[in-house]
Ligand binder design. Structure first.
Ligand SMILES: C[S@@+](CC[C@H](N)C(=O)[O-])C[C@H]1O[C@@H](n2cnc3c(N)ncnc32)[C@H](O)[C@@H]1O
Length: 271
């Protein structure tokens, strides 16, 4: 979610936009993103149990080839690889910093031989082989929306494969300010209907709970605030604290009551 019209549910881009305003920001946007997600490495409003269940539904065998478009720090792939020794995974992201983080984590987990990371625009990614599961969570802005993201995923899918998609939706009537902030979302039924109209059948889904939505916001803005308080002599500290305050207020005043997040595991509907 951002004010620059790109993402939905993307705190990384929020942070980018915040620090774009600060001409002399001593803490760069990648550092800010890392701090904001320190306690919530999945960059979407989902708890660990929900992530595990979604992966179980997307990876019924355990020996699949998986692609994550907009993988960030690779958290979905790392969790899948760590628990499935026969799995192979590839991730695509434009953030070199996030990919470096994924590489380090893969080495720590001993799964680096089974993980390939691509530093490029996900919309331009091509592969010589198809994938059994294509993941894209909180990254539909990379493709220009939900429908084009699913169309791109279809291009990478092996016969019988699955897609795991994560997207925001309106859980209430958005104010003009919320619509401006979060972009062109639909309500929950319309979001699912749009997916079905695109030739997909949901075989599993998860709607983020109030606890997951709030937990994500507190993790992001709380981590920033705590970092600022823990580094009072850092030149970036006042800006980081102000950012945490502003974003927490916007969440509570503008979008907390109207923003929801949906993940779906999809299979292609037979023609
Ligand atoms: C909200 S984060 C989600 C990361 C990850 N899917 C997760 O759930 O933890 C969105 C990610 O999309 C990436 N991204 C944005 N535009 C992109 C593009 N055009 N191509 C590839 N990745 C992109 C960002 O760098 C960021 O890592």
């Amino acid at each position: 979610m951002s004010r620059d019209g790109t993402p939905r549910g993307s705190r990384e881009n929020e942070v980018r936009e915040i620090f774009g305003r600060c001409q002399t920001a001593p803490v760069n946007r990648e550092q800010i993103s890392r701090i904001a997600h320190a306690d919530h490495p999945i960059k979407s409003p989902l708890g660990d149990g929900s992530v595990s269940r979604l992966l179980e539904q997307g990876l019924p065998r355990g020996d699949e080839r998986v692609l994550d478009l907009g993988c960030g720090g690779g958290e979905w792939l790392l969790r899948a690889l760590a628990t499935r020794p026969l799995l192979h995974a590839e991730g695509v992201d434009t953030s070199e910093d996030a990919l470096a983080h994924a590489r380090q984590a893969a080495r720590r987990l001993g799964v680096q031989e089974r993980l390939v990371l691509h530093h490029q625009d996900a919309a331009a990614f091509t592969s010589p082989h198809p994938f059994d599961l294509v993941i894209s969570v909180g990254a539909t802005h990379a493709f220009g929306g939900l429908a084009p993201t699913l169309a791109a995923a279809r291009e990478h899918l092996a016969p019988g494969g699955r897609v795991l998609i994560g997207e925001g939706f309106w859980s209430g009537d958005p104010s003009p300010e919320a619509a401006e902030m979060l972009g062109d979302l639909s309500d929950l039924p319309a979001t699912v209907e749009q997916v079905v109209a695109g030739g997909w059948t949901p075989v599993h889904g998860h709607i983020s709970t109030r606890e997951e939505l709030d937990g994500y916001e507190w993790a992001c803005w709380g981590s920033l605030a705590a970092w600022a308080l823990d580094h009072p002599s850092d030149p970036g500290s006042p800006q980081v604290l102000a950012t945490a305050t502003t974003r927490r207020t916007e969440w509570l005043r503008v979008y907390r009551d109207v923003f929801g997040f949906l993940c779906l595991v999809l299979r292609e509907t037979p023609a």
